[in-house]
Design a protein around this ligand. Structure first.
Ligand code: ATP
Length: 212
């Protein structure tokens, strides 16, 4: 029986319940065998994160501890190069059987930025793309992506066929939460409890992260 593996990459600076609740709902609703959260090492599209890669990784590890369907994959942090998603996809693909489904999970904002990604046109050769709604992101997809969606999307993520090549939009509990908002709250001495798991909340305060 073919496996179904999801991957959600991100800076996770820090990880928050918008990431985690989306990941868990996708994993449960679309019968994933495993969903991997993959922290970026050197995000190619953004400024350097405010805390170390090791600290971002530790927060994601704390956040998924004890949740069987979610795990952390640190391969991008072990690589001494920018975190190109195409490289991550290829290395995950190499570990799977040809018929296994690999689902690249992207929030709407990340999906809209896809055409700036390294070798982005090859991504669908190796995975399907699942797009999460992002209620806090008011962005329009460029025409090239609208054309791609018209050509490759299926209405129901349950009907994705084969190991790769299609796009589906998923429904998950909309949570208008971003890491930017959390960093801003912390920098202005406000409390981020309930926006991140309690273990991450403790970690942030123990290590005094994001408190300018
Ligand atoms: P920042 O505010 O620093 O840009 P972020 O909150 O967008 O961070 P990332 O680590 O950049 O978090 O996001 C990783 C992935 O998770 C991206 O695909 C992003 O679109 C998605 N994502 C982040 N927050 C949410 C959310 N609240 N709901 C759905 N998807 C989300």
């Amino acid at each position: 029986m073919a496996k179904r593996i999801g991957m959600l990459g991100g800076t996770f600076d820090p990880v928050h319940i918008g990431h985690l609740r989306s990941a868990l709902e996708v994993a449960e609703n679309y019968a994933l065998d495993q969903l991997l959260l993959i922290p970026n090492a050197q995000p190619p599209h953004r400024n350097a994160p405010q805390v170390s890669a090791q600290q971002r990784l530790e927060m994601v590890q704390l956040a998924v501890a004890g949740v069987d369907l979610l795990s952390v994959d640190d391969r991008e942090l072990r690589r001494d190069k920018p975190s190109w998603s195409i490289d991550t996809l290829l290395s995950l693909r190499a570990e799977l059987d040809a018929q296994d489904q690999l689902l690249l999970i992207l929030g709407w904002d990340a999906f809209c930025g896809l055409p700036s990604w390294h070798r982005w046109e090859e991504l669908l050769e190796h995975c399907h793309i699942l797009v999460l709604q992002r209620p806090d992101a008011d962005i329009e997809a460029p025409q090239v992506l609208r054309d791609l969606v018209a050509a490759k999307s299926v209405n129901d993520p349950q009907t994705l066929l084969g190991p790769s090549g299609q796009i589906a939009f998923v429904w998950q509990t909309p949570l208008a939460i971003s890491a930017t908002q959390i960093r801003h709250l912390l920098a202005t001495q406000r409390c981020v409890r309930y926006l991140v798991p309690d273990t991450v909340f403790q970690y942030i305060y123990t290590h005094q992260l994001y408190q300018e």
